[in-house]
Design a protein around this ligand. Structure first.
Ligand code: HEC
Length: 106
């Protein structure tokens, strides 16, 4: 059987696997940032998450709740993300500023 097309397809397939991760906008650097951006960002923006100040236990429950609502996390991603969120958005962190609103006159 002629498989010449594999020579074309394989580099493309392997190359795709090693593509750099897309930049993680609006998330502090760290393991979990890409998960938060790619998987939590499916349904809502980062602000809703980053305004919270939760303990590690509460973040674990929150992540599990969102998985129950459809967030497509791998089992091993849950703990990584909960640890990341607790580190950056725990009760010891300063209160996040409220979103800025701009009022315009008509
Ligand atoms: C399938 C859609 C979906 C995905 C994916 C999702 N969420 Fe949510 N999330 C919601 C909805 C719906 C609400 C509540 C409605 C609202 O206020 O927008 C919400 C609200 C929240 C809240 C506010 C508090 C609360 O419980 O209502 C937090 C925090 C949150 N999500 C965190 C996350 C995190 C962390 C992830 C990634 C693991 C995530 N969400 C992924 C749908 C989703």
């Amino acid at each position: 059987m002629n498989r010449w097309w594999l020579a074309l397809a394989l580099p493309a397939l392997i190359g795709a696997r090693f593509e750099p991760e897309p930049p993680v906008a609006n998330w502090p650097a760290g393991a979990g940032a890409a998960i938060a951006q790619q998987k939590c960002g499916i349904c809502h923006g980062p602000e809703l998450i980053q305004r919270q100040r939760l303990t590690a236990t509460q973040w674990t429950k929150e992540v599990d709740k969102m998985v129950g609502w459809g967030a497509p996390l791998e089992p091993e991603e849950r703990a990584v993300l909960a640890t990341y969120l607790a580190r950056h958005f725990g009760p010891d962190r300063p209160i996040a500023p409220p979103p800025r609103l701009r009022f315009t006159e008509n």
